[in-house]
Write a protein that binds this ligand. Structure first.
Ligand code: GDP
Length: 336
């Protein structure tokens, strides 16, 4: 069992990409029909199972689609649970990841250790907006909050909205910011020296493409005499599975060729982190008061921002009143 999760702002194309990765009509032999459709946009975490077959090996993946959060302009940052706001999804996702570790730890120490169902989250595709100039503060805070718990694979969404030059610039910027903020993303291991040259080259290419810039689509379009999954524009078709158009195939290849490594890193690094944390607490669960420091900082920042906005609004109102006052006194002066 392998699990991965999607995260990022609402409307960045996460659901479309899930469909593009696992949709039935392009890969009828690889997918359980309709599984991807079960994943609906929701404030709750939804898990659905899809099956893909690669080189004769059936892989069962559980895809967890997470609630996306709104723009950083969202006014509600205090956990209310009523809306699809950042704070809600932030806590929901962290608790979800922890719960899966918790369950695994519990099963591991039980009697039936041979038949443990591994529901741990092995990978998180983190969607970054193509419209900004890099990472937003919320992206940084979120990635830092989960980077010791899960393998993060950063993905630039809607890559068809960027020219090649813009893509390269954005990729570099994101990588610089990831380094600057000490965010730990998933690093593809180098190919072993005894691997064949093609595999080594593929690994080099995959490494050089991070963050993957992807395009998703649910539509089959006629292009060059064949039906392809793509997006139709007045000037042509962006093909999802054309490596010259975007990194979709690279992302898919990475997921399939590195599935085992993603599982091993989860076991050896993230789960071990969790286990040793638990041991340090004498087996006590991670409670709310122990929530990540980054989150507390984030909530404080949000509060500060709200206050700054309030002050700005008050200043604008005062300025308006003063201007109004000037006008009045001018009129008065005229009468006098
Ligand atoms: P989610 O909220 O992140 O799950 O986003 P959706 O998958 O629902 O997509 C939101 C909108 O973006 C829809 O209108 C999609 O057709 C569109 N969309 C999805 N993927 C892409 C993409 O790769 N490029 C462009 N330009 N639009 C996309």
């Amino acid at each position: 069992m392998f699990l991965f999760s999607f995260k990022g702002e609402s409307g960045l194309g996460k659901s479309t990409l899930i469909n593009s990765l696992f949709l039935t009509d392009l890969y009828p032999e690889r997918v359980i029909p309709g599984a991807a459709e079960k994943i609906e946009r929701t404030v709750q975490i939804e898990a659905s199972t899809v099956e893909i077959e690669e080189r004769g090996v059936k892989l069962r993946l559980t895809v967890v689609d997470t609630p996306g959060y709104g723009d950083s302009g969202t006014s509600c940052f205090i956990p209310c649970g009523d809306c699809d706001c950042f704070c809600f999804s932030f806590k929901t996702i962290i608790s979800y990841i922890d719960e899966q570790f918790e369950r695994y730890l519990h099963d591991e120490s039980g009697l039936n250790r041979r038949h443990i169902v591994d529901n741990r989250v092995h990978c998180c595709f983190y969607f970054i907006s193509p419209f900004g100039h890099g990472l937003k503060p919320l992206d940084v805070a979120f990635m830092k909050a989960i980077h010791n718990k899960v393998n993060i694979v950063p993905v630039i969404a809607k890559a068809d909205t960027l020219t090649l030059k813009e893509r390269e610039r954005l990729k570099k910027r994101i990588l610089d910011e990831i380094e600057e903020h000490n965010i730990k993303i998933y690093h593809l291991p180098d190919a072993e020296s005894d691997e064949d040259e093609d595999f080594k080259e593929q690994t080099r290419l995959l490494k050089a493409s991070i963050p993957f810039s992807v395009v998703g689509s649910n539509q089959l379009i006629e292009a060059k005499g064949k039906k392809v999954r793509g997006r139709l524009y007045p000037w042509g078709v962006v093909e999802v599975e054309n490596p010259e158009h975007n990194d979709f195939l690279k992302l898919r290849t990475m997921l399939i060729t590195h599935m085992q490594d993603l599982q091993e890193v989860t076991q050896d690094l993230h789960y071990e982190n969790f286990r040793s944390e638990r041991l340090k607490r004498g087996g006590r669960k991670v409670e709310n008061e122990d929530m990540n420091k980054d989150q507390i900082l984030l909530e404080k920042e949000a509060e500060l921002r709200r206050m700054q906005e309030m002050i700005a609004r008050m200043q604008a109102q005062m300025q308006l009143q003063m201007q109004g006052g000037d006008g009045d006194s001018g009129a008065l002066g005229h009468h006098v």
